[in-house]
Ligand binder design. Structure first.
Ligand code: PLP
Length: 385
């Protein structure tokens, strides 16, 4: 690989860069942070890195890896999520979809006859993963705000007496950022005397900051979670999709197999695994850390109040769940959906506050909405933008 790209191919890359830069300044509908710079890690693109195997298993004959960094990242999130000190395990996945698949796979191995209960506001990956795994499941109604309907959950569990319950809790649903309460879920299971149970928390977006909210949502290991997943490319920020899955070690040990050919344990879904994303997340936790995550959350909460204020001022019917960074508005035109990259679903659009959004971006969006709704725009508004 020592020749140069043809000029037209080079130009194509430049065009892509310009396009990505522009689109990143009109990006309000997805929870993916944009204000990062991982160029310090560029030099690692020259290595044939592969994290195949289990990064906690100190062996393995493939050494061009970032296992020690992966372990540090898992340690950081295990502590954040209050996992028991000597009883957790995890790895860096390709994202929360793989994390959900791994958690459900583990749950199925532990409770082969278990029924998976998940709410209608759960991410589409849950239903897909249930289908891949061939598990029996039951969809639960959601409340209006997107949180699971506990009464419906209780009734549906009653339909399967004597069978283990595998409950997927959402810690921030995709559309409304509603948070299910696993203390309530445990109460229901206690009441129905379901002793064989597994609670998985899908915390793709909110998992990295929910500990800093007040009141704190009930979802961590100290409150009875058996596994938790978080996406790395959402609130934390990454140019490559990734995620963190944390489970209880004693559960994982019941299912992982020693693989002779790599002299390691095969615990994860895929064989070859990304070595670069553990470096990205490691760099993020070193640069941002726990305090930085908290600080960034507070900034996003401020931005959410600012945005809600602006929208209400212009008479738009908007709402959000308590402490949510996701703001629900009536669905906007196709033009604005595309211009601002707004996910739209069932008659509502949402804008999601995450690091990298500026007040100026919000002001520009509000101006567009005003124009669309034929509201008058003051000179000052028109100029500041
Ligand atoms: C985004 C999201 C997922 C899927 O995450 P990926 O990292 O995109 O695979 C799963 N669950 C919830 C609640 C999400 O918001």
């Amino acid at each position: 690989m020592n020749k140069n790209l043809m000029p037209e191919d080079s130009a194509k890359l430049d065009q892509l860069e310009t396009c990505l830069q522009e689109r990143s300044t009109h990006f309000l509908g997805y929870p993916c942070t944009t204000d990062f710079d991982y160029s310090m890690l560029n030099k690692f693109l020259k290595h044939s890195m592969n994290n195949v195997g289990d990064s906690f298993y100190l062996g393995g004959t493939y050494h061009i890896n970032t296992h020690s960094f992966e372990r540090e990242v898992v340690d950081f999130f295990a502590q954040l999520l209050k996992a028991p000190e000597n009883n957790y395990w995890g790895y860096i996945t390709n994202g929360s979809t793989e994390g959900n698949l791994y958690a459900l796979y583990l749950a199925r191995r532990l409770h082969p006859s278990g029924i998976v209960y998940f709410s209608e506001d759960a991410h589409y990956s849950i239903e897909k993963n249930i289908e891949i795994l061939g598990m029996q499941s039951q969809k639960i109604r959601s409340q209006k705000n997107g949180e699971i309907d506990y009464e419906d959950l209780e009734n549906k569990i009653k339909d399967y007496p004597g069978l283990p319950a595998i409950v997927v809790a959402n810690i921030g649903t995709t559309v409304k950022e509603a948070k299910d309460d696993i203390k309530e879920i445990h109460k229901i299971l206690d009441k129905l005397k379901v002793t064989e149970r597994y609670i998985h928390c899908d915390a793709a977006f909110s998992g990295s900051y929910a500990q800093f909210l007040s009141p704190k949502p009930h979802f961590d290991f100290s409150e009875g979670a058996d596994s938790i997943i978080i996406s790395g490319h959402k609130f934390i920020g990454s140019p490559i999709p990734c995620g963190i899955v944390i489970v209880l070690k004693h559960n994982k040990e019941k299912i992982s197999n020693y693989v002779n050919v790599i002299d390691s344990l095969d615990g994860s879904i895929t064989g070859s695994r990304n070595s670069f994303t553990p470096l990205i997340l490691w760099y993020a936790i070193k640069m941002i850390g726990r305090d930085g995550l908290r600080q960034r959350l507070y900034e996003c909460l401020d931005l959410a109040s600012y945005t809600i204020g602006k929208l209400r001022n212009m008479g738009i019917k908007t709402w959000r769940n308590p402490n949510a960074l996701t703001i629900i508005i009536p669905n906007v035109s196709k033009h604005l959906q595309h211009k601002w990259q707004l996910a739209t679903h069932d008659g509502v659009s949402h804008v999601i506050m995450r690091p990298g959004i500026t007040k100026k971006m919000i002001d520009r969006f509000v101006l567009d909405l005003k124009k669309e709704n034929n509201l008058s725009v003051t000179n000052r508004e028109a100029q500041t933008i």
